[in-house]
Every structure is written in structure tokens, then in C-alpha cells.
Ligand binder design. Structure first.
Ligand SMILES: C[S@@+](CC[C@H](N)C(=O)[O-])C[C@H]1O[C@@H](n2cnc3c(N)ncnc32)[C@H](O)[C@@H]1O
Length: 264
């Protein structure tokens, strides 16, 4: 089920349930250093699998300000319900090239431009027409996310993943930019060798999502690897089938499937 209110490039909207099969049943502290649309964290919270604390982080400031507003329950207070297309068009003129976005502007833009194209100017007028009705459909997901964030202690950070303070009893789920696709995000460089070194020094268990390529298999060869196909979820909806792609799960513990599913 899609739990995130935003559509984020590289998001795990269709894969949350699958990924959770490889995460310990209950974790004291769950940390997602590359938050994006937070599909896996929201799935963990929905299933009640985070006991004490959720720590989320992303380098993208507009995205993080959006999540902070969702957590503090200020998002909806400041959210203008726009029903007229002309009003939307005017708003669009203001936000389409703005560097800094209000949380509601970020949300609106994320529904207009797919994924983190939010940081680029790729939305079209036809997308704008479409969103007139569509963006409101995601409001219930925002309300749900507010409640979920407040069901545990939630910390939200806006820094580089490697600057996050490490805490005992933390399980990390990493979903960094995929190899070869770093340019899709606002901060275009990502050093995979440095990231692998960081993983070597990390205390506690971690799971990483990565695309399955010769290079990624070489970089992460010292860990446990499991190949799978994106969208090859338990349900296998028509939508998920369209999104199939070769994926790797990488972890510092054995990747065992806990229950029967259709991974081959
Ligand atoms: C693949 S997306 C995460 C998708 C997310 N799992 C979801 O379900 O929507 C990767 C995220 O990493 C962020 N990012 C890129 N480089 C980063 C860095 N050095 N430190 C922290 N975040 C970074 C990007 O802004 C982007 O939101």
C-alpha cells in the first residue's frame, strides 16, 4: 500500500511490505538517513514495529521542512484549499522556480512534478490541470503520517547522512541515490566508496537498497546480498509490474525471508 503523501523519485511506495520482511520484527530505534518519501518508515510505524524512536534525515531542506510541518501538525493549518484552476496557476507562477518552498508549496509541487523533479522546473500545464483534483486525495495520508510520527518519539534532521549522530540500539535503513542516478536529486554527487567505508564503521544492524549492477555488486561485495525485482511484491499489482527493475538488498546480517512470498 502507498503510505507516503508525496511521490518521490526512487521512492519505495510499492516495496515497503517486501522490504519489511528483511527487517527485525521489532526495533528500538529506526533510522532512515535518506528519507525521501519515507515509505519504509511509514510502513514500519503503521505495523507498530518501532518501539521507541524514529530518526529521519535528508539533505533536501524543502523536503525536510515538509516532514517537520507534518510532524508538528502545522501543515494542514497553513494549507490553502485551492479549488480554482486560475488560483492554482497563479500559485504555480510563484513556486515553480523558487529555491525555498513553504511546506504546502513543496507538497503541491511534489504532486505536479514527479519525484524530486520538485527541485527542477519540469512540471507542465497539463500536469497542473490534473493536480487540481488529485493533490487533495493525499491529504488523508498526511493526517495519518502526523499521527504515526507522534506515536513514537520522532527526530527530524537535515544533514549529510554521515554527520548523523550514532545511537546505540539503532537499526538503519539506507536508501541512497541509486548508482548512476545521482543527478536526479538536488545534491548530485554521491561517493559510494566513502559510503561503504561509513557502513564498515557503523555499529548496529543495517539494510541498504541499491540497484543491481556490476559496479554495485563490486562495491558492496563484502556484505550479504539478495537480488530481487522492484515491484515484485506480494500483491504484484499492474502498477508494480510496470516498475520492475533489478534491485539489490545489502545488509550486515543474513538476508532471510521470514515468511512465504513470491520472491524467486
Ligand atoms: C532514493 S531517495 C529515498 C527514497 C525513499 N526511500 C522513499 O521511499 O521515498 C534518496 C534520498 O537521498 C537524499 N540524499 C542524497 N544525498 C544525500 C546525502 N549525502 N545525505 C543525506 N541525504 C541524501 C536525496 O535528497 C533523496 O531524498
Amino acid at each position: 500500500m502507498k503510505r507516503s503523501p508525496i511521490a518521490w523519485i526512487g521512492g519505495k511506495q510499492l516495496d515497503g511490505e517486501f522490504i519489511l520482511k528483511f527487517i527485525p520484527e521489532h526495533v528500538k530505534i529506526f533510522c532512515e538517513p535518506f528519507a525521501g518519501g519515507l515509505s519504509v518508515s511509514l510502513e514500519m510505524l503503521t505495523k507498530g514495529r518501532i518501539c521507541r524512536k524514529l530518526i529521519i534525515n535528508d539533505l533536501d531542506t524543502n523536503l525536510i521542512n515538509f516532514w517537520k510541518a507534518v510532524k508538528d501538525n502545522t501543515f494542514l493549518t497553513n494549507y490553502p484549499i485551492i479549488t480554482k484552476f486560475e488560483t492554482l496557476e497563479k500559485e504555480w507562477e510563484k513556486i515553480k522556480s523558487a529555491e525555498v518552498l513553504e511546506p504546502w508549496q513543496f507538497f503541491l509541487k511534489s504532486r505536479l512534478c514527479w519525484g524530486s523533479a520538485v527541485n527542477k522546473q519540469t512540471a507542465t500545464l497539463s500536469a497542473l490541470c490534473f493536480i487540481k483534483n488529485y493533490h487533495l486525495n493525499n491529504i488523508p495520508k498526511i493526517v495519518k503520517a502526523t499521527n504515526l510520527f507522534n506515536s513514537v518519539k520522532t527526530e527530524i534532521h537535515n544533514t549529510r547522512y554521515d554527520l548523523l549522530k550514532q545511537e546505540k540500539d539503532t537499526f538503519y535503513y539506507f536508501d541512497p541515490p541509486y548508482y548512476g542516478y545521482e543527478g536526479l536529486y538536488k545534491y548530485e554527487n554521491f561517493n559510494y566508496l566513502e559510503f561503504n567505508n561509513y557502513l564498515r564503521n557503523l555499529k548496529g544492524k543495517w539494510l541498504l537498497s541499491m540497484n543491481d549492477t556490476k559496479e554495485t555488486r563490486r562495491i558492496f561485495q563484502e556484505w550479504n546480498l539478495l537480488e530481487w525485482e522492484k515491484g515484485y511484491s506480494i500483491r504484484g499489482t499492474a502498477e508494480s509490474r510496470k516498475e520492475k527493475g533489478k534491485e539489490l538488498l545489502v545488509a550486515n546480517y543474513p538476508l532471510l525471508i521470514k515468511e512465504k512470498n513470491n520472491v524467486q
